[in-house]
Design a protein around this ligand. Sequence first.
Ligand SMILES: *Cc1c(COP(=O)(O)O)cnc(C)c1O
Length: 419
Amino acid sequence: MNGPIDKSLRERAARVIPGGMYGHQSAASLPANYPQFFARAEGPWLWDVDGNRYLDFMCAYGPQLFGYAHPGIDAAYANQMRTGDAMTGPTALMVELAEAFTSMISHATWAMFCKNGSDATTIALMAARAQTKRNAIVRATGAYHGAQPWSNPRPAGTSPGDRAGQHFCTYNDVASLEEAVKAAGDDLAAIFVSPFRHDTFQDQSLPTREFAQRCRELADKTGALLIVDDVRGGFRVSRDCSWSIVGVEPDISCWGKTIANGHPISAVLGSDRARPGASSIFTTGSYWFAAAAMAASLATLELIRETDYLERLNAMGDTLRAGFDERAKAHGFSIRQTGPSPMPQILFDDDPDYRVGYGWCSEMLKRGVYTHPWHNMFLSAAMGDAEIAFALKAAGESFEALRASVASLEPHRMFAGRT
Ligand SMILES: *Cc1c(COP(=O)(O)O)cnc(C)c1O
């Protein structure tokens, strides 16, 4: 709940930060009672600057796979900080981390490290262009691949040239994929896909085998590279690349978010086929070789390999989904819950301007649960049965409160005047 400290920070931010806040961290697009500023976090819990505690179903928009302030991962980070972090060159950890990734991800025989998911997707694009000596890409309408000029979802500050040669298909629609590939002709450098459809404001859909296989065939036939952007889905769908669930191996996969449980590092992984292009590009960053995040990533990968976190995430996600459904029905609401169980998206039927969804999230927040009205959410392995029960109790009460207030809800100002 945005209390007095949050309010005063927002006022100060409006003076010294453009727009008061930018990008996905701006609370301006969320229900009115959502806080903008946070003070601390531990395990599955998050505290805002006014001291309110939330069970956090955003997990920092994905990174917190094992929960906030994980003792083992953070100790690996802190120890390496004391030993040496950003130095004149990398440590042995860089090679160890590349060995760990290539042993875990079946399609990969090499790895490159950077900081953000946008770095990884941009390197993948450059590697594909360098390798094929072509420019065009095929990607799905509405899919997010980062905030660089070539991939930015909004036009402000970009030029049409930044997006030259991009051809769009509809995710899971084979005919539209074939058409886009045809339109790219003999200039096709890469087919760029999300591991599943996780676009904002939409129901999520898992990839069909037919779509994934056709992506592979068309890349092979045209000599283009197949790139899976696993920055968001990575390690919540599989311990391998997410397209292992449909039996398709990409040439390049992009990783970020979860791979060091919130410490800053992202990765590009590739097969031998994609190695020449990756070897030929110049790409670098001042902090990309820093050792502490690599130590944190090695500790995270070990937990991924050696714990049952994924099975637990799936079981908790299933319980949550069934419980939300039951409580929605009991109070006369019809909701759609889509995507993999550890990454739920919840949208309300008959809610064209999302006002019911905003209303429900607002009620959940009052009861100490942080959910999102139009972005997919994330479970962490720091959650357990007690947290799932806490969320379900809040959900029942929130549906009940919403039933009483639904007729008087107004659309959020983002949507007012649309639809
Ligand atoms: C978040 C995200 C990115 C960009 O990652 P950043 O670390 O925010 O630059 C790219 N692709 C997908 C699918 C993402 O979810």
